[in-house]
Design a binder for this molecule. Sequence first.
Ligand code: ADP
Length: 248
Amino acid sequence: MSSGAILEATGLTKEFKGFVAISGVNLTVERGSIHALIGPNGAGKTTLFNLLTKFLQPTRGAIRYQGRDITRMQPADIARLGLVRSFQISAVFPHMTALENVRIALQRRRGDSFDFWRSEKVLSKFNSEAAALLADVGLTEFSDTRASDLSYGRKRALEIATTLALNPEMLLLDEPMAGMAQEDIERISALIRRISKNRTILMVEHNLSVVASLSNRITVLARGKVLAEGDYAAVSKDPRVIEAYIGA
Ligand code: ADP
């Protein structure tokens, strides 16, 4: 494992009934980076993301996180190691307020199972920590708003707050900007930049201007393989990348 690496995949391959969706992918995510995974439709981004977050088992290859082999681990186990996929473990409960959602996430961080009937007394211990997290994601004034009443962008911000409640060292974001209005994109971009200060982020994102402005490393996938890697200036000029996008 290279010295600055936090996550490293080697020879990662996923076959679906003989169809090779991911083929011998090597990927190194450096600690502290914002790393983006891009590529035309069908390139294998979702499959690779699901392999890295353990939602799928690879046919071949290995994944190491912080030097530890996580290839056969379950998502909940790797979350405990600090590698968390947003919008996953931290589901948002629509009928609860923003504050209640974050308090429950904080309570779950301690390994307690979720209990709808958990008393106010237990959850109120998390009030100030939950309020701080809501402030981090810009939702202070929506603390008492039910999740279902939040705008789409604010709901995603709440999901990020519930993910941060798990205190991840590395965050995997699956298309954080999907379906967002420009104003939300700007807010979530600022949030990702802020939370990346002491964390590593790997994201799949279609919006290339967001990728250009946020990420310091980009891996371009095409037909299940790594086509190019580097910063945005380098990969956006790469003729193979241009061809893959135009030819897709
Ligand atoms: P992307 O996210 O880059 O659009 P995907 O990872 O969704 O790409 O898909 C990569 C390829 O793998 C596609 O050709 C897709 O049809 C195929 N694929 C993905 N999941 C499955 C599956 N469960 N069974 C069979 N083929 C799949």
